[in-house]
Write a new protein. Sequence first.
Length: 130
Amino acid sequence: MSTTAGPLTAPVASVEQDTRYFTEVGEVDPTLATYEQKQGNVALRALLTDGSAFCAFLARGGGVDQALVADAEGADGDESQTHLPLSVTTFNAVEAVALLTLCPSEQRFLPAADRTKIGNLGASLTGRSG
């Protein structure tokens, strides 16, 4: 698999989108809420970087599987500095919430069943916070 399918460009997100991302990622995976509290700004930067990177890998092309692998490899390489919990639950939360808040237009790259699941998650989060 080529990891150079195109340029890598992070999504442009507002402060409001970033804040919503941090809040919702902690709701989806309570481990990440604890991580944010314990690690402070390091955690916020790591989570935002991972979410934005996933969006960028997806937008670059190569498919969702390649984006997932590239994002996980990057997070694993930085874990000694960020202490990001490296679990499937963590990555699922980071990527799903990134698709809801940081780069919703990239959902088009997902299979229909996954788009439905992301939509259901979004509806659940909106119901909790609204």
